[in-house]
Structures are given as C-alpha cells and as structure tokens.
Unconditional design. Sequence first.
Length: 109
Amino acid sequence: MSEVRLCSVSDVEPNSAVRVDAAGHRLAVVRVTDGDGADHWYVIDDRCSHAEASLAEGVVWADDREIECPRHGSTFELETGRAITLPATRPQGVYAVRVEGDDVIGELP
Ligand code: FES
C-alpha cells in the first residue's frame, strides 16, 4: 500500500466526482456532502466493470451513496464498489481515502 495525493478538496464539487490517474490506477474521487455540510470521500475505480465508461462522468447519488455509470446506467455502492443495478454485475475496486488540510489522499495498492 502507498499513500498518494490524489487532488485538492476544492477540485471536487460537492456531490460530484473527478477522474484522477495516479500510481497506475484510473480512479474516480467522489465527494458526498450531507445536509449538515459534512463531506464524505470515496475513491472507486473509474473504469466501469461493464464496458469501461468513466464513472467520474456519471451522477453521484448522495443520499444513496452511489454513483451511476453514464453509459448504461448501472449504479455502484461507493462504500463497497458493489454493482447495484444491471447491466454491470462485477464490483468496482474501492480504496481508503482521507483528507489532510486541502489534500485528498488515497491508499493505493
Ligand atoms: S459501461 Fe458502465 S454500465 Fe455499461
């Protein structure tokens, strides 16, 4: 495991995602902001397990903590990477993430 700075907090709008290529991984860094204004961060593989679309270009469903693939509409659980809706059936990889100051830092294999 290695810790890698992925982006700045300000690079990711609330309830959205950005694609980050880091340490050989293609990742979606996701920021979910709840009603109290608290941020929750997730890092999930960006390449959809169904047909390789970029999840970072999809919709973040903040209340459900899911991200929807922009190509065929599969949704994935941000916490676990589990595929919730077809056509995707295989999970996405997910990675630990934390924020230090303005840095979003992922723990990557
Ligand atoms: S490419 Fe993501 S659901 Fe098909």
